[in-house]
Write a protein that binds this ligand. Structure first.
Ligand code: 5GP
Ligand code: ZN
Length: 113
């Protein structure tokens, strides 16, 4: 774990989070500052800085499939939802531990800001 990584600390249960689902390799928890009625993050338990550096295709596939499964459990599958991976500075990434946002419960707009 890189020193001080916030999401590694959530995986280690060193700081609290509202966890909604867990698999062997991934954790889903509610975003602390939700941008939609349903807003959770899906992260790998192992530290990866960003999508730009993630080369484990099986893990990336698992994160996507797990996000869809949790979205279904959260009741947003039928109406739909937005999945977002902000990457590095221009992508708006603020936490340097790879994460997928899943947002639902309202109609999303396009293009994003
Ligand atoms: P990014 O901007 O890197 O794509 O997304 C980081 C997300 O992590 C933001 O939506 C932010 O609200 C969320 N976040 C930051 N700190 C915490 C925290 O301590 N707990 C939880 N649950 N979410 C956090
Ligand atoms: Zn980390």
């Amino acid at each position: 774990m890189p020193d001080g990584c916030l999401f590694c600390k959530i995986v280690a249960r060193e700081i609290p989070a509202t966890i909604v689902a867990e698999s062997d390799d991934a954790l889903a928890f509610r975003d602390i500052n939700p941008a939609a009625p349903v807003h959770f993050l899906v992260i790998p338990k192992a530290h990866h800085d960003s999508l730009a550096l993630a080369d484990d295709e099986a893990l990336l596939g698992h994160l996507m499939a797990f996000a869809a499964k949790v979205a279904s459990q959260e009741g947003i599958s039928e109406n739909g939802y937005r999945t977002v991976v902000n990457t590095r500075r221009d992508g708006g990434q603020t936490v340097d531990h790879l994460h997928l946002h899943v947002l639902g419960g309202r109609r999303m707009t396009w293009p994003p800001g």
